[in-house]
Design a protein. Structure first.
Length: 85
């Protein structure tokens, strides 16, 4: 079976249209994935991002892969890769 963890970025519902690298959202995603790995283990973590979450997840994955192979798969819907491209 799969354990599914969802979370809402703290910036959801905030004013958009401001140029930003979204580094806070990327770091928040990295923190959540690290927490999941500590709490449940790092086997088979799949990172899924949709819409604005797709490039944020891609950028987070790039940071996570620098330290260790924690992400088994990355699924993106919409604009996809962010800094990972």
């Amino acid at each position: 079976g799969w354990r599914v963890i969802t979370f809402t970025l703290k910036s959801t519902g905030a004013v958009w249209g401001i140029c930003s690298a979204h580094s806070y959202e990327v770091q928040q995603t990295v923190d959540v994935v690290n927490w999941v790995g500590e709490k449940y283990g790092t086997d088979n973590i799949v990172l899924f991002g949709s819409s604005a979450g797709a490039p944020i997840a891609g950028s987070a994955m790039a940071q996570l892969q620098k330290n260790r192979n924690i992400i088994a798969a990355y699924i993106a819907v919409g604009y996809t890769f962010g800094n990972f491209a």
